[in-house]
Design a protein around this ligand. Sequence first.
Ligand SMILES: Nc1ncnc2c1ncn2[C@@H]1O[C@H](COP(=O)(O)OP(=O)(O)OP(=O)(O)O)[C@@H](O)[C@H]1O
Ligand SMILES: [Mg+2]
Length: 525
Amino acid sequence: MNDITSTALIELAIDLTSSLGTVERYDRLLDTVRKTIPCEAVALLALRGDQLKPLALQGLSKDTLGRRFLLSEHPRFAQICDSKTVVRFASDSELPDPYDGLLIDREGDLPVHACMGLPLYFADRLLGILTLDSLTANVFDQIPRWTLEMVAAIAAATLNTALMIEQLQQQASHNQQLMVDLTEQARCRDGGEIIGDSPVMLQLQQEIAIAASADVTVLVCGETGVGKELVVRNLHQKSALRSGPLVYVNCAALAENLIESELFGHVKGAFTGAEQARAGKFLLADNGTLFLDEIGELPLAAQSKLLRALQSGEIQPLGQDAVQHVKVRIIAATNRDLIQEVQDGRFRADLYHRLSVYPITVPSLRERGEDIALLVGYFLEQNRRKIGLEQLKIHTEALADLSRYDWPGNVRELEHIISRSALKARARSDSSQWVVIERQDCGLLSSDRAVSTAKGAPVAPPQAVAVDTSLREATDNFQHQLIVQALRDSNGNWAQAARVLKVDRANLARIAKRLSITQIKLLLD
Ligand SMILES: Nc1ncnc2c1ncn2[C@@H]1O[C@H](COP(=O)(O)OP(=O)(O)OP(=O)(O)O)[C@@H](O)[C@H]1O
Ligand SMILES: [Mg+2]
């Protein structure tokens, strides 16, 4: 009767490997212990420094769970903790019993009773104790020692597993919180704010507020460097899903054969090399936002799979039969002219319509010249902090130059020019603390742009520019040269030339028109 049964042992061992919740795991342990060893009360306590904290109990009043037992005040507990093996207290022991008045079946002091404690060691570390109390005196005396040691070993393993899981969960939730905090900090510190108070930017802010408050799919369009990603981050932060994740996917960087697994995940062994199951971006973004950047670069085959997921709200990881439901808000961004892409057969019309429920176009910097001074100030302050200067300013003439330029690379180009000019100005400056950016530090604006041709060879900057050439003229000449070369390399394909030059097709057509590059056939002759 008092010998532990092999069935009980197997039950305990199975519990250890199953994915039970912590509370359930403890309860099952105590149930099995009680089935094996009849007693009125059993309790599992964890050692936390110099005190014991009850984790689970049966037969004792619920408030016992809230008590903390200091070892120095409870000699019975201290004795169990000091022992390497089971401690059976004499029924008439004089030592005060910590459970006096706490037994459910009995009001008031405990009479003569049987009491024992098992220290729970795992890898030589004392994790806690298991206590058993019975109102029948001496009832524990006949239980073989090996049975008790077996119970202690299993209880210790159970406790260790539960503590480890708890620790991992705490760590995971800490990491999650840390990530949320860092994202928030990064957003505030490193340019979460959309700078600009021109009418078009005020309009944009309004659009963001409207789209954020509705749970609709948003398509953010605009030339390269206008701040599409910034807009998406703001949208997420202002939406009801702000406490959920914002998961970024760069569609242009996805390897074609891995797109499906990246987006929807896969189970272990779904394909050669899938050694571990992996959650796709859709699942990671559950209850949050999935940001599909550069959506225009997604190959047609992947477009149809994405469309299916958007239509059904369900995903199917590779190699898995069952579908999973996800609640994800989609925001896509592109610098391509998607309507043109649809017309050219490179983008599915149905996907385009699904994505552009709420389209937002971020205006180019040319359309908001009055914002240049604000942006310059913003980037000056960022650079001042980064370089560690007391003051970083820009000369009015240099600012005037910047205001006249037409910014094919938009805000990103401006940001880079200010960073570069700040470094040049500091190197030239007498004072290491007060630095002023002059015209010469900004250089010939467009000549610094790293533009590649369709074949990947960089276009050479203009060789010599006459000293009396105005900045505007020199810039125009250079742009003319780049565009003609890109068109030649693309065999007159405007969309391809626009991609090479990293500008919107419509924008390229506009600049070309201004520069009178219309007779492309003649140019190609
Ligand atoms: N209105 C703005 N206020 C402050 N910073 C801005 C603004 N717009 C853009 N930026 C900054 O300019 C840089 C480029 O912006 P972003 O990456 O959002 O452009 P993008 O439109 O996504 O470009 P691409 O099409 O090349 O991906 C970033 O460093 C961003 O913080
Ligand atoms: Mg971007």
